[in-house]
Design a protein around this ligand. Structure first.
Ligand SMILES: NC(=O)c1ccc[n+]([C@@H]2O[C@H](COP(=O)([O-])OP(=O)(O)OC[C@H]3O[C@@H](n4cnc5c(N)ncnc54)[C@H](OP(=O)(O)O)[C@@H]3O)[C@@H](O)[C@H]2O)c1
Length: 287
């Protein structure tokens, strides 16, 4: 008998999670604020609960996947969660996750926080992984059920850690997408077809540049900061042309300008002979 599970929230992601549990043979109870969402789950054997309280009472393992932290509070506050393990996969900040852990401890629940590194169609496939943080024994106890969703990556007992890892990866992703979007805006401003440019040049270039990230990380871990082939003085000087070209092409440079300012600040602070890893230190002193 597989562990009975409850899924709170049947948005795009909650529905994918419920489908994966059902496919693996877990008795699965579902609840959603708006009733009747994702009717295909009924044919797969899901049990619908009328209220979040009924849903939480139905299973020892309660997986929450709602829009934002405030939604989680609305759905869970006041519920008796004695003896339940709540796994919250809703996107949150580390502070929100720690506060949820405290509230749920008061409600009698064990708590794991999670960050999903996948889009819904990836759930249950090898490319998906999910960060978890919270008590390790609780994680180990529920690992077999959680493995059904995605490869679990346990990152520590502090409940805020999964959110920190999650937000770090999303931040990297949006930086990458922002760069690609700006490149495509420049190219299409000259009526060059985007798809060919992407396949022939953008993807190979970004892929080649990604290989410099592990070197940057090694320098951060081990020091000293390098004297680089591509030093910051040269990069800062050339960066002016990125902004000027955007303006001349009628492209909004707002995704580019913060990096230009950071490069100028690095040079002014005496990092002109160093490489891009020096910028990480400057970012850390900005908060
Ligand atoms: N989709 C992705 O690619 C993806 C990837 C990784 C992580 N995530 C995270 O997974 C979580 C869910 O995302 P999703 O894609 O499933 O979002 P979604 O499709 O927009 O679904 C949002 C869910 O939250 C519920 N909800 C919103 N406000 C509520 C409230 N006040 N009270 C109760 N329930 C409420 C909705 O219920 P109703 O049906 O009643 O509106 C629905 O079940 C988010 O935290 C998201 O950041 C998503």
């Amino acid at each position: 008998m597989k562990t009975p599970v409850t899924v709170l929230g049947l948005g795009a992601m909650g529905t994918a999670l419920a489908r994966a549990f059902l496919a693996a043979g877990h008795p699965t109870t579902v609840w959603n604020r708006t009733p009747g969402r994702s009717p295909e789950l009924d044919a797969l054997g899901a049990t619908r609960a009328a209220t979040a309280a009924d849903a939480a009472a139905a299973s020892p393992l309660v997986v929450v996947c709602l829009l934002v932290d405030a939604t989680v509070r609305t759905a869970l506050d006041g519920l008796d969660l004695t003896g339940r393990t709540v796994v919250n996969l809703t996107n949150s900040t580390p502070e929100q996750s720690r506060a949820t852990a405290e509230r749920l401890a008061s409600a009698g629940a064990s708590y794991l926080d999670g960050g999903i590194m996948a889009v819904p169609p990836m759930i249950g496939t090898p490319g998906a992984f999910i960060f978890y943080s919270g008590p390790q024994d609780v994680f180990e106890q529920h690992r077999p059920a959680l493995e059904v969703l995605a490869r679990p990556a346990y990152v520590g007992t502090d409940p805020g850690l999964a959110a920190l890892y999650d937000i770090a990866l999303l931040s990297g992703m949006y930086g990458l997408f922002g760069g690609a979007q700006h490149a495509l805006a420049l190219i299409t401003s000259a009526n060059i077809p985007a798809a060919d440019f992407t396949q022939q040049f953008l993807l190979p270039w970004l892929t080649a540049m990604l290989t410099s990230i592990p070197n940057m990380a090694r320098q951060l871990d081990n020091g000293p900061v390098d004297t680089a082939d591509s030093n910051l003085a040269m990069q800062s000087a050339a960066y002016e042309n990125l902004v000027t070209t955007a303006q001349k092409q009628g492209v909004d440079p707002s995704l580019l300008t913060p990096m230009g300012e950071l490069l100028r600040r690095a040079v002014a602070a005496g990092h002109e002979d160093e490489g891009l890893s020096a910028l990480v230190g400057l970012l850390r002193t900005a908060g």
